[in-house]
Ligand binder design. Structure first.
Ligand code: SAT
Ligand code: MN
Length: 595
């Protein structure tokens, strides 16, 4: 061992890994700017990183064409019993999985450097923060972790001599033999990729992929899958939610946490530019919320991350001007198109489409090509602090008190623009029955309804039936202090297939109504599926929208909803007796209200 930390457990784990993966070098990350720059320079020299002439200190990477997204089919939640992982997770017995993966890890870092990255999820010193240590052989991962988490000496200090950490082992799975040439994006073939979680041990083992959530293990693996288990055991919540603050013209602040499945505009909402007069929005986080009940009995949220790993295609000055500002500098781009001017470009960006560029595969591209120039899952990794509307309180150690939860999904029919749950249990029922129609950005058939309770299906580290019960338990503990729960659908269409609602900044009008509900200033209208705004309750001043659109957006068709019930029941049955009776009761009450 070339170095040791103060933490014996960490030293022991590093030694075990070292003997298994046998790197040619080992390096402990300090998290400094200097370290980041040195690492990037290595990547520029090897040809993996392309400096951009238009964005200071920013670089483009191209992944291997087989390594472009999270691989849910190769993601495992491993308990001794399959039942603990539940019906929504892939399962392999831990002994068998460890045996398979140990064989893969054996000598997997030969010819490479083993980087040890101590990192903190959450503001340093926050009572909600957790320390992790990622071991990786990918310098691209080190650079991204620098942006996405708080890396280095401060995390080690927080850990101290006997603190707990989540060990996160990552390898791209391509040892480099003596004299062998490296490729810009080494990774293992799909059948050798494993993104594995051992929740009983609070342990993560990832092999074979260098991309996003497969490789930046603080994000989905630690902050959601492992943290959801810690949260259940310790009585808090780890959710796939953005966090934002709204301030009304009187200066009263409201904090909102919202969960949507992918392709529903979560990052756009997190950085909303309100169109409604006098209202202000600040961003606290765009992907993950950790929440704990505070001394005053309210629910406080922190963003465990320190950066955004945002989808580039579709991001524009129209859809998300604040993201466009955020990514102007100090940003890592992955799988975008490179223009002849040394700029990045992607489908859905404002302005002209470049006449020529180099696509995400590194090939010549013109608008005549029959494939996109940027991969649909191309990403930007940017420091959250660079967001022009980042809240001054985004790193407040105690977090911000949540007033409103929002669930939602993409439905072209049936679901109205917005509704409020009657009470907590009904809100949990709405979160449980959240679903979204698939888009070209997801796998599978386009336009098919996919259930994604709380947008957590890919991220819940234990049996989801128990997770629903955890939500019910939290409500019982919060009582009167529980946030109010709403369900939105920005995506309802008219008979001709046109969106009825303009979306983006105009969504602030719906958020305003929610805040007025919290303040007891908006009456609403009871329907069998929840409380909807009356037409006059929504502030539409300055918005040109046909009156019939509004009617349709707020329309609740009892026949259509009756037709939903069997599908919900069938979905509920997949959880067997792990589905809380209180949710079955909710379904029965819905059936009765629909008559
Ligand atoms: O690749 S990540 O898992 O980090 C992002 C995402 O899939 O939402
Ligand atoms: Mn996400």
């Amino acid at each position: 061992m070339v170095f040791a930390t103060q933490n014996e457990k960490l030293n022991q784990w590093m030694n075990e890994v070292l003997q298994m993966v046998r790197p040619s070098d080992i390096y402990l990350c300090d998290g400094s700017k200097d370290e980041y720059n040195r690492m990037i320079q290595l990547l520029v020299q090897s040809g993996a990183a392309i400096p951009l002439s238009t964005h200071p200190n920013s670089y483009l990477f191209r992944s291997d064409p087989s390594d472009v997204a999270r691989v849910e089919g190769r993601t495992y939640v491993s308990y001794p019993s399959r039942e603990e992982a539940g019906p929504t997770n892939n399962w392999i017995d831990p002994d068998a999985l460890k045996k398979t993966m140990s064989d893969l890890y054996d000598g997997c870092m030969e010819g490479r450097t083993m980087y040890v990255i101590p990192f903190c999820m959450g503001p340093l010193g926050s009572p909600l923060a957790k320390v992790g240590v990622e071991i990786t052989d990918s310098p691209y991962v080190v650079c991204n972790m620098h942006i996405m988490t708080r890396v280095g000496t401060a995390a080690l200090e927080m850990l101290g001599a006997d603190g707990e950490f989540v060990p996160c082992l990552h390898s791209i799975g391509v040892p480099l033999k003596e004299g062998e040439e490296d490729v810009p994006w080494p990774c293992a073939p799909i059948e050798k990729k494993y993104i594995s979680h051992f929740p009983d041990e609070r342990l993560i083992w990832s092999y074979g992929s260098g991309y996003g959530g497969n490789a930046l293990l603080g994000k989905k693996c630690l902050a959601l899958r492992i943290a959801s288990v810690m949260a259940r055991d310790e009585g808090w919540m780890a959710e796939h939610m953005l966090i934002l603050r709204l301030t009304n013209p009187e200066g009263r602040q409201f904090h909102v946490a919202a969960a949507f499945p992918s392709a529903c505009g979560k990052t756009n909402l997190a950085m909303l530019t309100p169109t409604v007069e006098g209202w202000k929005c600040e961003c606290i986080g765009d992907d993950i919320a950790w929440m704990k009940i505070g001394d005053d009995g309210r629910l406080y949220a922190i963003n465990p991350e320190s950066g955004f790993f945002g989808v580039a295609p579709g991001t524009s000055h129209e859809s998300n001007p604040m993201a466009m500002e955020t990514l102007k500098k100090n940003t890592i781009f992955t799988n975008c198109l490179l223009t002849d001017e040394g700029d990045v470009w992607w489908e859905g960006m404002d302005g002209d489409t470049p006449a020529h560029g180099i696509d995400w595969r590194g090939l010549d591209w013109t608008p005549d090509c029959d494939h996109p120039g940027a991969h649909p899952n191309a990403r930007f990794t940017s420091p959250a602090a660079q967001c022009p509307i980042i809240s001054p309180d985004w790193e407040k150690p105690v977090g911000v008190p949540i007033d409103v939860f929002i669930f939602g999904g993409r439905r072209s029919t049936v679901a109205p623009l917005v509704r409020e749950a009657f009470d907590w249990d009904h809100g949990v029922f709405l979160g449980t029955t959240a679903g979204s129609e698939t888009t070209a950005a997801n796998i599978g058939a386009v336009g098919k309804l996919r259930w994604d309770p709380f947008a957590m299906v890919p991220f819940c580290g234990y049996n989801m039936g128990d997770y629903f019960q955890h939500w019910l338990n939290m409500g019982d503990r919060l009582g009167e202090n529980a946030p109010r729960i709403f369900y939105i659908n920005w995506f309802r269409k008219d008979g001709d297939g046109n969106f009825l609602w303009p979306g983006y900044g105009e969504n602030s009008r719906v958020l305003k109504w929610m805040c007025e509900r919290v303040d007891g200033k908006a009456e609403g209208r009871e329907t069998p599926i929840g409380i909807l705004p009356k037409e006059e309750d929504l502030d539409l001043s300055g918005l040109e929208m046909p009156a019939e659109n509004l009617k349709e957006l707020l329309w609740v068709d009892a026949d259509e909803w009756r037709a939903e019930v069997p599908g919900i029941e069938e979905f509920f049955n997949t959880f067997g007796d792990r589905l809380p009776q209180r949710l079955r009761d909710q379904l029965e009450q819905l059936r009765q209200r629909l008559g």
